[in-house]
Design a protein around this ligand. Sequence first.
Ligand code: SF4
Length: 393
Amino acid sequence: MTQAVRPNLLGLSPAKLSSLLEGMGEKPFRARQILRWIHQRGELDFKAMTDISLSCRERLARETRLEPPPLRSRHDAGDGCVKWVLGTASGSSVEMVYIPEGGRGTLCISSQAGCTLDCSFCATGKQGFDSNLTAAEIIGQIWLARRELDSFASGAEARVTNVVFMGMGEPLLNFENVMDAVDLLLDDLAYGLSKRRVTISTAGVVPGIERMRGRTDAALAISLHAPNDELRNELVPLNRKYPIAALLEAARNYMAGLGEKRPPLIEYTLIRGVNDHRRHARELAALLRDFPCKINLIPFNEFSASEYRRPSGSSLGNFREILRQAGHTVTVRTTRADEIAAACGQLVGAVRDQTRRSERHRRREQAGIAEKNLIAGFGSRSREAATREGEAR
Ligand code: SF4
């Protein structure tokens, strides 16, 4: 077998690893041994897997490989939060973030290098799409985080207790690789996380939510960000294809299929003058009246390529209060987590704007239109949306 086609065992789900070993004529228990070595002990050297026969180890070393993505940089926030930039096989970079909080340690991981969906408030969306991450590049993030946090050391507590697919990319547009990684996250022979502690966050890929039924029982988060289709079309262009009603219906069906009471998380990024008015809160409360869920409000994290602004403290407070008074369970992403997590995509390069929108901008630039005007033009999207929504603040 050549180097190029040797399978990377790091990303193989338990079922796929068993199948590969069976094809090599190995006994089924070999898969269990190898899963423990890789994902529980952090071992990448076949030679060190001493409870596996020498001939099997030699064959695995010849015909397969164990390769996590390369770590490019690490950024410690000083309060325990850590952000890493990783390389991908396509030559791109992705981010992952670790956020410790009380007894919980949440790892926010990426599923794609860049993203096709071009949400108007998102730093990753502005970089355009580069590639889907392989299952090894996805699960390799938790493997690397555990190594970096010394969680593989004998007796060390598992410092990553929760994993959320809220980093770069839309996980349901990289369905099979994400599901293979989720299988490993939930498997007791690998990371053994509870299904309640692994969350797939989607911008609204309705067919993907439908495919999740019967394939996984991981937790679901919906990136909603607007209480009506007109505004959501502006913020999340995917909404034009899968409007809010279809999205909530798919989420409702998924949750019903879990056979237990486990409400999805609704994520709502609050942007000043765009979607943070009391009127939006009332509309959101009404929209979700009969939709059991938890609502997470995320104050927009400003970045240089966007003219959107963070909401004021009073509009955030008013928004939360209206939802609470309507009977909803509401949390607000803390400033600490917000600074390092909501900014996903900002560390990778200088937020290269490679989207179709930026292509238009570049063409206009070549025609001699000043940079200042281009940026103003981009920002007008949010202002137009706000005006249409009757934002008399
Ligand atoms: S918010 Fe998520 S889905 Fe939207 S562009 Fe950013 S990474 Fe993609």
